[in-house]
Design a binder for this molecule. Structure first.
Ligand code: G6P
Ligand code: MG
Length: 222
């Protein structure tokens, strides 16, 4: 039976994916690197330092900055990002999220979080939904970014469920890969996620009915 649903945060629960983009774009501009939202797709689900490395590679500046300079660039990005988070309120939840969280809870299924963002706890508080989560994987203890399954496995372990008993929800290609690699069923929100077990256009389509129908349609095949 389905025992848990594990959510990604940025781009699934709230639209911080765009705020990450704006902060990185501004830091990148300062070092002469331009990038657009298409390239930004490749940064979704990728940790802060790994994102910086990808941006430097994208701009042909790999190896140009030493460790200290890289930490400073990442710090600058985070300062800008954290400033932009000040505008987050309960109204910043993506459509349908509040409702689906309540429905999952009412069905007695556990809810977990698998975000590699070190800002995740502060964001959940700003959105006033931290109490909906029974367990949030600790990003500071995660070694490998998505698509590695590490963070989803940590979330399942913390919820005390097996990955085969859980659904993961993601907006990033690397995130869907991570869910699949963990052995969970994957739900992808948005375009370009053909490898998700269930693809939805928007969080509006998320509901307990859609998740439980997906779960039973897949478990019949086993
Ligand atoms: C999420 C986002 C990434 C971000 C990462 C780290 O995975 O999708 O864009 O780089 O978290 O976030 P942080 O807040 O720790 O810099
Ligand atoms: Mg995301």
């Amino acid at each position: 039976a389905l025992k848990a649903v594990v959510f990604d945060l940025d781009g699934v629960i709230t639209d911080t994916a765009h705020l990450h983009f704006l902060a990185w774009r501004s830091v990148a501009q300062e070092i002469g690197i331009r990038f657009d939202e298409a390239f930004n797709e490749e940064l979704k689900g990728i940790s802060r330092m790994d994102s910086l490395q990808r941006i430097l590679r994208h701009g042909g500046k790999e190896g140009v900055f030493n460790d200290k300079q890289c930490l400073a660039l990442a710090g600058k990005k985070n300062d800008l990002y954290v400033q932009s988070l000040a505008s987050l309120t309960q109204a910043s939840l993506l459509p349908g999220i509040r409702e689906v969280l309540a429905e999952i809870r009412a069905a007695n299924v556990k809810i977990g979080l698998a975000s590699v963002s070190l800002n995740a706890p502060a964001i959940l508080h700003a959105l006033a939904i931290h109490t909906a989560f029974e367990f949030c994987a600790d990003a500071s203890r995660i070694v490998y970014s998505k698509p590695d399954p590490e963070i989803f496995l940590a979330a399942c372990a913390g919820l005390n469920v097996r990955p085969e008993e859980a659904i993961g929800i993601e907006d990033a290609a690397a995130g869907v890969e991570a869910i699949n690699a963990a052995g969970m069923l994957s739900v992808g929100i948005g375009p370009g996620l053909g490898h998700a077990g269930l693809q939805l256009h928007s969080t509006r389509e998320l509901s307990w009915k859609c998740l439980s129908d997906f779960w039973s349609s897949r478990s019949v095949l086993e």
